[in-house]
Design a protein around this ligand. Structure first.
Ligand SMILES: Cc1cc2nc3c(=O)[nH]c(=O)nc-3n(C[C@H](O)[C@H](O)[C@H](O)COP(=O)(O)O)c2cc1C
Length: 179
């Protein structure tokens, strides 16, 4: 049996730079365990299938929200609008989960998970698959409810910075900066 050739080591800074050139939308993934709301900013999101409607999110194992989803098997994905950059920043902070929800307008979905106001829309999901991937966990969720929100431009993330789309679909892309 021939042994697999060892892969050429990939330059990590180059990999980070390249991945930053993949533009994404920005979402906030929310979850709830009893009285505890948790949530984090997520751009590692994708739609998996239409039949049944299902999605995938990739969360770091050490995020406070990850064990909440593990305990309840439920999460929601809130799609942020261009003018919700402050919401993205709030949910990306390393602060206790409840602090993120202080004075933040939300309504409750069918699953009881917090859905943020002012978004482009949100989906509520039931976890159907959980796969560890290095220091992340890939959750596949079947969509149990979807709601449309504002018809507004999206918040876009590109090259580690926010890029705001304007009506007429013109994107103003950032060229650098940190998360
Ligand atoms: C634009 C943006 C995208 C992010 N995407 C992800 C992601 O896809 N998965 C993830 O685990 N963390 C992501 N993060 C980092 C988390 O939002 C951050 O670690 C957060 O503080 C975790 O919150 P928690 O520990 O309360 O769950 C992202 C941050 C930013 C600013």
């Amino acid at each position: 049996m021939t042994s697999e050739p060892s892969p050429t080591p990939v330059d990590v800074p180059l990999f980070r730079d390249l991945m930053g050139r993949w533009s994404t939308g920005v979402s906030v993934v929310t979850a709830r365990d009893g009285p505890l709301d948790a949530g984090l900013t997520v751009n590692a999101f994708l739609s998996v299938s239409l039949a049944p409607p299902s999605v995938l999110v990739s969360l770091t194992e050490d995020a406070d929200t990850t064990p909440v989803i593990d305990r309840t098997g439920l999460f929601a994905v809130n799609f942020l609008a261009a003018d919700q950059r402050a919401v993205s920043e709030r949910f990306a902070r390393a602060v206790p989960p409840t602090d993120k929800f202080t004075d933040l307008p939300v309504h409750r979905g069918q699953t009881g998970v917090a859905l943020l106001e002012g978004t482009l829309g949100a989906i509520e999901c039931r976890v159907v698959s959980r796969a560890p991937a290095y220091d992340h966990v890939l959750f596949v969720g079947q969509v149990v409810r979807a709601e449309l929100g504002r018809n507004a431009p999206p918040l876009v993330f590109f090259r580690s910075a926010y890029a705001e789309a304007e009506p007429g679909d013109r994107l103003h892309l950032g060229t650098g900066g940190k998360r």
